[in-house]
Ligand binder design. Sequence first.
Ligand SMILES: *Cc1c(COP(=O)(O)O)cnc(C)c1O
Length: 345
Amino acid sequence: MNAIRHDFRSDTVTRPSPGMRAAMAEAEVGDDVFGDDPTVKLLEQRMAGLLGKDAALFVPSGTMSNLLGLMSHCGRGDEYIAGQKAHLYVNEAGGAAVLGSIQPQPIAHQADGTLALAEIEAAIKPDDSHYARTRVIALENTFGGRALPLAYMHAVADIAERHGLGMHLDGARAFNACTALDIDIGTLAARFDTVSICLSKGLGAPVGSVLVGRADLIASARRTRKMLGGGLRQAGVLAAAGLYALEHNVARLADDHRRARQLAEGLARHGALSVSMPDTNIIWVDSAPELAHGLSVYLAEHGVGVTGGYGQKQRWVTHLDIGDEDVTAALAVVDGYFASGRAPS
Ligand SMILES: *Cc1c(COP(=O)(O)O)cnc(C)c1O
């Protein structure tokens, strides 16, 4: 297999830029488990301020951040409501069940990625000893790269409020959602009690997520973080990357979205590819299994990295380390595949 020269597999593949590395090298640090790391504190304060919340907690990953969010809302035997394809339900190794003893109540997504309000409401359990206690509704935005509208999040929050439930947002790519919806992060976060945001995706930091929310929930999450082995010592070198990212890598997400649209338009010129036009930085490409496989192999041979393959949608993701020239080069490889005679007809 050839080395990947144009890496569209994920926005997690970015490498810290020279400016970010300099910020990391210069970070003031201390032992954060003792509460002594000024750079971690600054990142936590800045995130809490941006989102209009009481407090924030720096954690090693989005998986831990979501788990801490759910565990701060739910005790043993409680239940959370989430989408059937939600990352925290499907892609986090069942951590909420294994480590939190929390039961999921998954709900099928509608075609637009949202959960039907009536289905959410019907899934909330009455106070009856037969049932787990429903405690929290977890939404994800962006969801598969789709920016779900603010009005939908408000409507779900209204249900939560009527039933006295908490609201958690898996906002791994919350800043991408804000860019697409043209709202600020405080507006996106307003109706949620806890919000998890990844620094290591489109924001380009090497490590880290932040859980932001109500003071009591974040205090509980801090205790659970220690229990899970997520207490970090001189983590200011990592938090400095996050602070740098907030300053330099948020406004530029619009460039990723523009490049994703250019890429999608270029891919869609091939009638055999069914391309979803992206809201943000993720493009899904559906095609016949043989074609998906053949194209994936050809792309890999020509140094273009994507995920998916036989029988799976292909996923293309734009990010900090993808420039206009990568988009042009990748589209030329795709054109080359269809011109090569290797595409099944
Ligand atoms: C990446 C991601 C996570 C988890 O983040 P990790 O840092 O990889 O653990 C959670 N939710 C969504 C939607 C993600 O894309």
